[in-house]
Design a protein around this ligand. Structure first.
Ligand SMILES: [Ca+2]
Ligand SMILES: [Ca+2]
Ligand SMILES: [Ca+2]
Ligand SMILES: [Ca+2]
Length: 526
């Protein structure tokens, strides 16, 4: 499942890259041929086509994560009436810095492209307010207060859903894209694993909140992912100087950000109770409604507060595990800025590191240097900042390697799915046409036929074991038996029956489970 967030376009490329690789290998690689013969892989390369179309074709190009559902954020009766505009004519909507009475920010001493909160106790005087590039399109005194946006499709799933936030929807699964996929999942109880490409990531970190019995499986999948994607696909600090803490390169991954402001909100004007011409919350200060205010003099805005963080709240992968009871996985695909091949290592943390990446690896192409522009109503402002999407999507030439690594993990994951087998099935004559039938049903896959969470949610169907009697008569044992879950890696259960068989027609034993397939074995009567 990819491209739930409009601005995570790389997800579509990698999802299609997986299909391309499977299709290309099926004729030559027996393992892949077996995989596609025995499993069904549903691929949704772009769950958010409306958002992506707007993102790619919109004028000006502006950041967009959501699905373009009409939302009236300022409750003036009109949805989406005031979004970003291109003031400096570069075709992009970036950031404006305004010197005004509401200023709270000063340029960082190390890099003036970064702003931080001024510290009056140190005698610092605030210089700037910061907001998205634009004008007051509807003349209500607010700039960009109701931009085209909608609902973030990776925050609309019914698990740990955030209420009272326009970007998460009016209700869990309120969005047709999400709702349709939930219906699809419920109609396909055989789905054993759901893997999303998006801003949250649980394959590069220990899975949190997982049932104790399921945790070892997730830990093993995490290891498998690291092996498959290797250093290029992981955020291993391969090129980091030794004296730098590893943590510095780690993006915020799946840590819940329940109290952080939603990405766009931190930047748009606050409509309520404000009437001046200039409104706008400082970007990156974490000071949105209910959010923690950065202390004066704090370090420059971190990645966590710059609108590119992921959250697990309402995310697909979390719903997949906690509510659907399947293996729920998520990868961000490009978790951190990477140095150019053979290039100098990156320094700093958060925004500073991204800027270093822009300078050293991206040739300065990702960031518009701030420059003075005449604003129609605000006078002189400075316009600049990150180009839309540049920190969520890797350079195009990196995508093939990312797809290679994720393809390797896809095969690894498919090879670990639960798989039923019948072993040691035999019939012993007891005389007088009576036979004792014994069979052992085994899960030959790595994963259990039902995760502990699958049993909790009752979404993981049991293993049904059926004795196909033909014209024989059952004397003892159950014609249809069930096992709630067979553990992985050879977990098995023995079944015994007594039958009275008039002829010597073979009997058959069938074990089936939607998530683990069907195994059938005939037992000749001798
Ligand atoms: Ca409005
Ligand atoms: Ca512009
Ligand atoms: Ca308005
Ligand atoms: Ca307005």
């Amino acid at each position: 499942m990819a491209n739930l967030e409009a601005d995570h376009v790389v997800g579509s490329h990698v999802a299609l890259g997986l299909v391309e690789r499977l299709a290309g290998a099926v004729a030559t690689d027996p393992g892949v041929a077996r995989l596609v013969d025995s499993r069904t892989i549903y691929v949704v390369p772009r769950l958010n086509p409306d958002g992506v179309d707007r993102l790619l074709a919109g004028k000006p190009r502006a950041d967009l994560r959501a699905n373009l559902a009409a939302i009236d954020r300022d409750r003036d009766g009109k949805p989406n009436e005031d979004g970003p505009d291109d003031i400096d004519g570069d075709g992009l909507a970036t950031i404006m810095r305004v010197k005004d009475a509401k200023a709270t920010l000063v340029p960082d001493a190390k890099d003036a492209r970064l702003l931080r909160k001024a510290d009056p106790a140190k005698g610092e005087r605030a210089v700037y307010s910061e907001m998205t590039e634009g004008i007051d399109n509807d003349g209500d005194g607010l700039i960009n207060e109701d931009p085209p946006g909608g609902v973030d499709l990776n925050r609309n799933w019914p698990h740990n859903w955030t209420e009272y936030n326009p970007e998460t929807g009016v209700a869990p699964a309120s969005e047709p894209e999400v709702n349709a996929l939930i219906r699809f999942a419920f109609a396909h109880p055989e789905i054993a694993a759901i893997w999303s490409f998006g801003l949250n990531d649980n394959l590069r970190a220990e899975a949190k909140g997982v049932a104790a019995a399921d945790a070892p499986y997730f830990a093993e999948l995490t290891k498998g992912f690291a092996r498959a994607t290797g250093p290029a696909g992981s955020d291993a600090p391969k090129d980091q100087p030794k004296d730098e803490p590893v943590k510095a390169a780690d993006p915020p991954k799946d840590e819940p950000k329940a109290d952080a402001p939603p990405p766009d909100r931190a930047r748009v004007a606050q409509p309520k109770g404000q009437r001046g011409a200039m409104k706008g919350q400082a970007k990156g200060q974490g000071g949105g409604p209910g959010g923690p205010a950065a202390p004066p003099g704090a370090a420059p805005a971190s990645v966590a507060a710059s609108g590119i963080e992921g959250t697990t709240d309402g995310a697909l992968s979390e719903w997949a595990y906690h509510q659907f009871g399947a293996v729920g996985l998520a990868s961000r695909l490009w978790p951190a800025p990477e140095p150019a091949a053979g290039g100098p290592p990156l320094a700093g943390d958060g925004e500073a590191r991204w800027l270093d990446w822009n300078d050293k690896a991206a040739g300065g192409a990702a960031f518009v240097p701030f420059h003075a522009v005449d604003h129609p109503t605000l006078g002189k402002v400075e316009v600049g900042g990150w180009k839309p999407g540049v920190r969520l999507n890797p350079p195009a030439e990196s995508i093939a390697a990312i797809a290679d690594g994720h393809y390797a993990f896809l095969k690894d994951l498919a090879g670990r799915l639960p798989t039923l087998a019948i072993k040691e099935a035999k019939a012993e004559a007891r005389g007088g046409g009576v036979f004792e039938i014994k069979a052992t049903v085994e899960n030959a896959g790595y994963l259990p036929t039902a995760l502990a969470q699958g049993l909790t949610t009752r979404r993981a169907a049991p293993v049904l074991v059926k004795l196909d009697l033909g014209d024989a008569k059952l004397l003892a044992g159950k014609a249809l038996d069930r096992v709630e879950s067979l553990p992985g890696s050879g977990g098995s259960r023995e079944f015994r029956w007594l039958v009275l068989a008039p002829a010597t027609k073979p009997l058959a034993i069938e074990a089936s489970c939607p998530r683990a397939g069907t195994a059938r074995r005939e037992i000749p009567l001798r």
